[in-house]
Design a protein around this ligand. Sequence first.
Ligand SMILES: O=C(O)c1cccc(C(=O)CC[C@H]2O[C@@H](n3cnc4c(=O)[nH]cnc43)[C@H](O)[C@@H]2O)c1
Ligand SMILES: [Zn+2]
Length: 349
Amino acid sequence: MTDHRDARDLHAFIAGLPKAELHVHHVGSASPRIVSALAARHPDSRVPTDPEALADYFTFTDFAHFIDVYLSVVDLVRTPEDVRLLTYEVARDMARQQVRYAELTITPYSSTRRGIDELAFMEAIEDARKAAEAEFGVVLRWCFDIPGEAGLEAAEETVRLATEDRVRPEGLVSFGLGGPEIGVPRPQFKPYFDRAIAAGLRSVPHAGETTGPETVWDALNDLRADRIGHGTSSARDPKLLAHLAEHRIALEVCPTSNIATRAVRTLDEHPIKEFVRAGVLVTINSDDPPMFGTDLNNEYAVAARLLDLDELGLAALAKNAVEASFLDPAGKTRLAEEIDTYATTWLAP
Ligand SMILES: O=C(O)c1cccc(C(=O)CC[C@H]2O[C@@H](n3cnc4c(=O)[nH]cnc43)[C@H](O)[C@@H]2O)c1
Ligand SMILES: [Zn+2]
């Protein structure tokens, strides 16, 4: 990229680029508009609604502080109607960014433990999923994640909700593990991932976000990860990078998130370049966009700068997400073709 005009063109290209997102959290996607709507329903909440105060509230000192704030937003989602509103409005925000397909990470344990009926919860997300596809053209799929710090009781509840025929929602495709990593060893969750995988779900734990490459190895060996959430510290282990590249195990990279939670000091120190150099399948994601003052389009712009990408490079990055997604083969072909057609048309003289 050589001058400001090029940068502007690239932003416009990104804005219209059809995209898939693989690492984005349900509650973490609540925009100030959604937070205000929820807070109006529950005025006793400690979450501010004024956008300026909210931006301050969403400034984190470290990962633990981020989780504390995250859980205060979880507390705003108290009824099945709140769940439906959140899910439907998140899809609307995705559609505005030309997101065609998203695997949304949901933590059902946090909602059922706070008293939302499990069947009503599933009905709310499914109802929103169908409406989002029909009205916004966004295909949503679910990843249910264990909040690791909440322990094995949370793991048991999450795997039950993900595998019991009576409860399991139609849009569920994968099983994850989130929350803090420090003091929460991955191997203890092996039996729960084994059950989820046996029920046909794919494995997508967070690993190597705030701990070292050994956590990523644990996620691969014990949790049989199909993709890795973040995987940032993989850059410190060349053998691990080679393994990820050889087995086409994608990293769900979320650059701005890593800065906001202070997992990485600055964007220029982000290891995304090392991942690409090692041949790892890199996907670009927004994680908890409003909380980190970002959105998926901005993450693509960040990636373009860090990787020095032009339009074709950005289209290739968007296609990485399609390849690493859990879409069916026909859906993957369709979306990859849509990306190619968009790029070709944009670049035509
Ligand atoms: O809900 C509870 O009762 C509860 C009790 C103890 C601990 C927890 C959690 O740790 C919830 C964590 C929550 O954070 C989500 N999340 C969002 N972004 C990220 C991320 O970048 N890295 C890890 N976790 C993240 C995660 O999905 C959990 O829902 C909850
Ligand atoms: Zn995450």
